[in-house]
Design a protein around this ligand. Structure first.
Ligand SMILES: [Zn+2]
Length: 212
């Protein structure tokens, strides 16, 4: 979920007021004592879509939101970490799997909640995996048996759908788009979103992992 607005100043601890600072165009938290302006910017979520032949490795979440639902391993990028390193780390934490990145897959903007989701296509460096502390279960699914109604988030759904399109084409691609809520119905329901500004680029070195 989106970061809550801070109520107190990070620098001096006094209360914040919300106003448009001079020279800016939107309200920010401004300290009533020292004048420090508190900027809130989107956070980056990184993860991997791990394939082996016709299978994909999914984790069943042991935490909210979407407890009990399936997703590729993903989590918040840490400061000082590249997106590739973060995706590999999250994969280890949630699936106890050691992977290497094959290609960038998606960069999806979730403007409603201020997140950017970057996912890499990856493959296993060894066969071992098991549920990490934030997963109830980790297992391979054939692409034909993905539990579409039990996926964790709309961004999960879109990422897997796009990868399936790439596989059908036999072409690695990189996709970017804004996953926009249509402002009606539940924001957790895939049917209430569109990815209308989607752009997909073929990758010159996009290896077709389905042939592995
Ligand atoms: Zn202050």
């Amino acid at each position: 979920m989106i970061d809550p607005d801070p109520k107190f100043c990070h620098q001096c601890g006094e209360t914040l007021t919300h106003k448009i600072p001079d020279g800016e165009d939107r309200p920010r938290g401004v300290c009533t004592s020292c004048g420090n302006i508190h900027y809130i910017n989107p956070r980056v979520v990184v993860g991997t879509v791990i394939e082996s032949g016709d299978r994909i490795l999914l984790c069943r979440r042991a935490i909210e939101p979407a407890h009990g639902k399936w997703t590729p391993p993903a989590g918040f990028l840490e400061v000082g970490e590249s997106t590739v390193d973060g995706a590999i780390r999250e994969t280890w934490e949630e699936a106890r799997a050691k992977v290497e990145v094959v290609q960038p897959l998606v960069s999806i903007d979730l403007t409603r909640i201020g997140q950017i989701h970057v996912k890499y296509l990856a493959k296993m460096k060894s066969d071992e995996f098991e549920a990490g502390p934030e997963s109830l279960e980790v297992r391979w699914f054939n692409y034909s048996e993905i539990p579409w109604d039990e996926l964790a988030f709309p961004v999960t759904h879109w990422s897997l759908r796009l990868r399936m399109e790439d596989r059908a084409l036999g072409q690695g691609r990189f996709h970017r788009g804004t996953l926009a809520w249509n402002k009606q119905g539940s924001p957790l329901d895939i049917d209430n979103y569109d990815l209308s500004d989607l752009q997909s680029w073929p990758l010159l070195s996009g290896k077709d992992l389905s042939q592995d």
